[in-house]
Write a protein that binds this ligand. Structure first.
Ligand SMILES: *Cc1c(COP(=O)(O)O)cnc(C)c1O
Length: 437
């Protein structure tokens, strides 16, 4: 049966004999973030009563923190070590997938010295994931939800990295994929989206236009049977970002950091990192202490930082114009929740302009040997700004996220980066260049 016009139940999987309950591990229900109403696990994303966003709720394994810690530590060196805290079946690690996660937490002493941070600075470097961005984490959860609900095609609206992560995950797990991207993305993102063999549709418009298009598609027979990872599978997809919180704390020796600097596109990642930290406290895996969450945006797409600075609760949409295309969402779905978290934890939301983003990419590269995409330039640039304006305490432990690989956004730095000099293959020419010694 097709349920056109009903946004919440649209795009049902094709399988008519869908089981009444699905095996998604400890996830027991979806609950509305606005009114709290609960719904059975399914490919739905908005509350039937108030249209608020739905999120996964769990029977968390409380009561034996030592046992849980040992179980996690004995698990695989990828994000499935946290399967008991994710909406996935218990045997997920044995299924064909890209096994993302467990990326490096790099102690960044040379960058810290440049920024004047004395309390310990770390880069959580998610460029090390299989498709070189943090998106492999969220897609891995969505694939398991798609499997459980009987979808056979994976889709999404993407600012670039998500399209690549879906292409690769679909190829590995044997799904069809058809993804939608704005027409003006970086070549590296487009090639990475297409090389895995899935369909890539470039739309003449911004990400927000693409997203609106996908919302229409999901309520239309054309999109029937499709799992849109960041729409009808969003409650499961989003949970993947919690693994960043788990990994950071485990890699710090099961401790909360004092401060985190996190990029904002839709704001989903930031809100779920906070959720992950709260779960670790509740589970007794880390000692409860205050932490501050800082959000980072590009000035050319800064709807959340603009609202934060103005003291508003409502995020007014913007038309993006920035080199940080992976973060170029002008109407961020989780914007209001990001504001709540930044204010509740005593953090802030800040932005940097394009030249500052480029300078920060180069700063991170020359101090730590990490080549970040523009989103990493945004977080490092914002960290610098937060130290300068006194909002970030340099004496506290700080974790800055790098969510993607610089090889995907070469255009951002190529105009100002290249050979020091081009010379003839002779010692004389090299001597004249003045680089010896
Ligand atoms: C998608 C993305 C983010 C954050 O996305 P949210 O929508 O805020 O969860 C951050 N960095 C990169 C590189 C991304 O691709």
């Amino acid at each position: 049966m097709r349920r056109k016009g009903l946004p919440i139940m649209a795009s049902q999987p094709l399988a008519a004999d869908q089981p009444a309950s699905v095996d998604l591990g400890p996830a027991v229900a979806l609950s509305c973030r606005e009114c709290g109403e609960r719904f059975p696990l399914g490919p739905i994303f908005a509350c039937e009563s108030c249209f608020g966003p739905l999120e996964a709720t769990y029977d968390l394994p409380l009561g034996d923190p030592e046992g849980l810690r040992k179980k996690i530590e004995a698990g695989p060196t990828n994000l499935w070590r946290y399967a008991p805290l994710l909406p996935v079946p218990a045997d997920v690690a044995s299924k064909p997938n890209l096994n993302p996660g467990w990326t490096k937490l790099v102690k960044a002493d040379r960058l810290a010295a440049e920024l004047g941070i004395t309390g310990g600075l770390y880069i959580k470097d998610d460029s090390g994931n299989p498709t070189h961005s943090f998106k492999d984490r969220v897609v891995a959860q969505a694939v398991e939800a798609a499997r459980a609900f009987g979808f056979t095609t994976l889709s999404c609206s993407s600012t670039g990295n998500l399209a690549g992560a879906i292409g690769a995950a679909a190829a590995r797990a044997g799904f069809r994929s058809c993804v939608f991207i704005p027409h003006d993305l970086e070549q590296g993102k487009v090639v990475m989206a297409a090389v895995y063999g899935g369909e890539v549709v470039a739309i003449k418009g911004t990400y927000d236009d693409v997203n609106r298009f996908c919302s229409e598609l999901i309520g239309d027979p054309l999109g029937e049977g499709w799992g849109f990872v960041n729409v009808n599978l969003r409650p499961y997809y989003a949970e993947g970002s919690k693994t960043l919180a788990y990994e950071i704390c485990e890699q710090l020796g099961w401790q909360l950091p004092d401060q985190l600097v996190i990029p904002i596109a839709s704001g989903s990642q930031l809100t779920k990192i906070d959720k992950g930290l709260q779960e670790l406290i509740k589970l007794g895996l880390v000692e409860d202490k205050p932490y501050k969450i800082f959000g980072a945006q590009a000035e050319g797409c800064s709807p959340v930082s603009t609202a934060f600075k103005a003291g508003h609760d409502v995020v007014r949409p913007q038309k993006p114009d920035t080199i940080a295309k992976s973060l170029a969402i002008g109407n961020p779905a989780d914007g209001p929740y990001v504001l709540d978290i930044a204010r509740r934890t005593g953090g802030a939301v800040e932005d940097v302009n394009d030249p500052q983003i480029v300078a920060a990419i180069k700063l991170l590269a020359r101090t730590e040997g990490i080549f970040a995409e523009t989103a990493g330039g945004v977080t490092v640039g914002v960290t610098r700004k937060l130290v300068e304006n006194g909002l970030l305490d340099p004496a506290l432990t700080t974790v800055v996220l790098n969510t993607g690989d610089g090889l995907k956004t070469l255009d951002a730095v190529a105009p100002t980066t290249g050979p020091s000099v081009t010379i003839a293959p002779s010692l004389e020419a090299f001597r004249e260049a003045g680089l010896a010694g």
